[in-house]
Write a new protein. Structure first.
Length: 266
């Protein structure tokens, strides 16, 4: 027979499976509400496109923050942030983060006062997310030269919000520290001539990684640690600021090694 502790453990696990399902269902419902009700209202009541963008970003920020706190209150996860003030005050920086879990972007957007963000084609085309991501001024990642130019133009605007991007391009494979960095982030930083703000994300125990279903939850609540580091200045990495493939490769390699070293630290 199972002892009392084992029964409690099993009960807690089943609760967290159900609560995780409820959380993601709520996230979907919230997306529909934002896309079908809140975003159209913001669009109708705000003629200025810059103000509309700021208001939509604020709606998304508070929605993502609320989702994160809901998961905490349901006992699914915990999290802590080191250097939050650096992220809150970030302006005209390229914020880059590793990508160990499905909810990294939700956690980070919920922490930033304002943020430009890169979104995939699927979100741009989805009828429920199309309105919010376009009204928020998020940038479509089409994998083209135009995508790079859109990011550079946005970062060069006066008092622009920082741009959040994940250089891995997708979530880290389970059991791996990092995927290979794509060169888009390095290319954008070099062309825009902006500081790079590294954000380290650790998830213990590992969950919601690449190719891992939402219901494959760990045996205990997972903990996400977010560590916001000091900015990396291009002049400290490159001998010259010439925009060419060699400098992009060098900067990308530096960033990959930097994240590897930092993530290996205890």
């Amino acid at each position: 027979m199972l002892n009392l502790n084992q029964l409690k453990k099993n009960g807690n696990y089943m609760w967290r499976v159900a609560a995780t399902g409820l959380s993601f269902a709520s996230f979907g419902v919230g997306g529909v509400v934002i896309g079908s009700i809140i975003t159209p209202v913001v669009k109708l009541t705000t003629q200025d496109p810059v103000l509309r963008q700021k208001r939509t970003q604020k709606v998304i920020k508070h929605s993502f923050k609320g989702f994160t706190e809901m998961m905490v209150k349901l006992g699914i996860m915990t999290y802590d942030v080191q250097g939050l003030e650096k992220l809150e005050s970030s302006r005209q920086e390229l914020v880059i983060a590793n990508h160990p879990t499905l909810i990294d972007v939700v956690v980070l957007i919920g922490l930033m006062q304002e943020a430009n963000c890169v979104v995939k084609q699927a979100l741009w085309a989805n009828p429920f997310t199309k309105g919010p991501v376009q009204n928020a001024g998020y940038i479509l990642n089409s994998g083209s030269e135009q995508f790079i130019q859109d990011c550079v133009v946005r970062l060069k605007q006066d008092q622009a919000a920082s741009l959040l991007i994940f250089p891995e391009g997708t979530r880290t494979e389970k059991g791996y520290l990092l995927n290979q960095f794509q060169r888009g982030a390095a290319n954008i930083a070099l062309r825009a001539q902006v500081p790079i703000r590294p954000v380290l994300i650790r998830c213990t125990p590992s969950t919601l990684t690449k190719n891992e279903k939402w219901y494959h939850i760990p045996s205990r609540p997972f903990h996400i640690q977010v560590k916001v580091l000091d900015p990396i200045y291009l002049t400290d990495v490159l001998e010259d600021m010439t925009i060419n493939p060699k400098n992009v490769r060098h900067l990308n390699h530096y960033l990959q090694q930097f994240f590897n070293q930092e993530l290996l630290k205890k």
